[in-house]
Design a binder for this molecule. Structure first.
Ligand code: URP
Ligand code: ZN
Ligand code: ZN
Length: 458
């Protein structure tokens, strides 16, 4: 068991900001104070820097078969990239394919992560088929620490569940304490619009966005919340992108419902305009829900500031342009949906959120770490800096700048949606359960050092 002393930093949590030292004994935070003098195996001077709880990204897709291909990062490359960006915990999605048990899906994803993940990880379970047996399996998974389930209102024939199945799953979480995460887009409407566009010869990437209207997200968000209200359980809307959807969440929260939602950096920093980039470039941004008009960004920032949105995750689902996105060069509906983001979240949100005054530093920590930890059963082990918590911390330099680009970042993807963008506020050092795993530019961690996190219920 080694010890570590972080001295002279500015410690930031969701509620506090003060100068101090943090002493780590083994994999936990032991003592917080000023001018701590205990001897340590390693001492880091964090003067002029923030000491933050490690970032928690509760929406990633590593090594995921999707759209006829596989997401480009596996659990090793994806978690190394996450660590470089200041994220020390992820919650990824295991998928129950039709005809399979949830247990089989869980085992499959546990095998994908084992021996590879460099940071701690948990799983949500995507349910694509619901039966009495699957409902019983939901209970078993919750007992094993997989305490949240993603359901889809989109992708008919692949992932989409009907309202009755969604309602049954919601009711079940009322008994077992799990949480339903919803991909809220009206898949039936979108499918009709996609077929119509293709029949009219509209094949370019921008038609991905034009066939997924914001109202289709608003409608599904409204329906998801209504179903959860009737079931008497909370609901968490994933990757919220549209103002129309945010209005539904806000209205529900104003009525006192336990409706929660996350948004992602791509919806805060990119917009529909990116689909108008020349040639096939728009494919870089093909994701679902799609990017929205630029004006939506302000609405989302306001939602984040006023707690109508509770988390910022990435929906990291990278596909290379070469051979992967290219699969849809003559038909936008064949472009694999998703984009990279696991590494750039903290710097983008700090630069575009805190430095611009849109959110406070405490709110930054809350949205990227504390609140996801609370919603998904990881707090106070993760998501804060406190004695007894896991020693997952980031020493963050608020004054250092870097230029984002596929060549210098660590994600295994041949483009970056923010290529050339300069951000100020960069991760210097990353500590995962007491061990320094990123030291400046150097990765010092180990594949397989990350552990599966058994999460608690609501
Ligand atoms: O386009 C996206 N979002 N790809 C990942 C799958 C999902 O729906 O989250
Ligand atoms: Zn989704
Ligand atoms: Zn996703």
């Amino acid at each position: 068991m080694s010890t570590l002393l972080i001295r002279n930093g500015t410690i930031v949590t969701a509620t506090d900001l003060y100068k101090g030292d943090v002493f780590v004994d083994g994999d936990r935070i032991s003592t917080i104070g000023t001018a701590l003098t205990m001897p340590a195996d390693r001492s880091i001077d964090a003067a002029g820097k923030y000491v933050l709880p490690g970032g928690i990204d509760v929406h990633t897709h590593l090594d995921m078969p999707f759209g006829g291909t596989n997401s480009a990062d596996d659990f090793e490359s994806g978690t190394i990239a996450a660590a470089h960006g200041g994220t020390t915990t992820i919650v990824d999605f295991a998928i129950q394919y039709k005809g399979q048990t949830l247990h089989h899906a869980w085992e499959t994803w546990m095998q994908k992560a084992e021996g590879k993940a460099v940071i701690d990880y948990g799983f949500h379970m995507i349910i694509t088929e619901l039966s009495d047996q699957v409902e019983q399996e939901m209970d078993a998974l919750v007992r094993q620490g997989v305490t949240s389930f993603k359901l889809f209102m989109a992708y008919p024939g692949v992932f989409m569940l009907d309202d009755a199945s969604i309602f049954r799953a919601l009711l079940r979480t009322g008994q077992n304490g799990g949480t339903i995460c919803m991909h809220a887009e009206n898949g039936g409407v979108i499918d009709v619009l996609v077929k119509k566009a293709l029949a009219e010869g509209k094949t370019a990437p921008k038609y991905h966005a034009l066939t997924r209207p914001a109202r289709a997200e608003g409608e599904a968000t409204h329906r998801a919340i209504a179903l959860a209200e009737m079931a008497g359980v909370p609901i968490y809307i994933v990757h919220l992108s549209a103002a129309e959807a945010l209005e539904m969440v806000t209205e529900a929260r104003d009525r006192g419902l336990a409706a929660y939602a996350e948004t992602c950096p791509q919806y805060l920093f990119l917009s529909y305009d990116n689909y108008e980039e020349p040639g096939f470039e728009g494919a870089k941004y093909v994701m679902s829900p799609p990017l929205r008009p630029r004006e939506t960004q302000d609405r989302l920032w306001r939602g984040l500031a006023f707690n109508d949105l509770q988390a910022i995750s990435t929906d990291h689902c990278p596909f290379c342009m070469k051979e992967q996105k290219e699969m849809g060069s003559g038909d936008f509906s064949k472009i694999p949906n998703g984009a990279p983001g696991i590494e750039t979240r903290m710097s983008l949100v700090y630069d575009g959120g805190v430095r611009t005054g849109r959110i406070s530093l405490n709110r930054f920590v809350e949205l990227t770490s504390t609140s996801p930890a609370k919603i998904f059963g990881l707090f106070p082990r993760k998501g804060t800096i406190a004695p007894g918590s896991d020693a997952d911390m980031v020493i963050f330099d608020p004054n250092r700048s870097m230029r984002l680009g596929a060549q210098t970042l660590h994600m295994k993807v041949d483009y970056n949606p923010y290529e050339g963008r300069e951000v100020t506020g960069v991760t210097d050092t990353v500590i995962s359960r007491g061990k320094v795993i990123v030291d400046g530019e150097t990765f010092t961690g180990r594949a397989g050092a990350g552990s599966f996190l058994k999460r608690s219920t609501r």
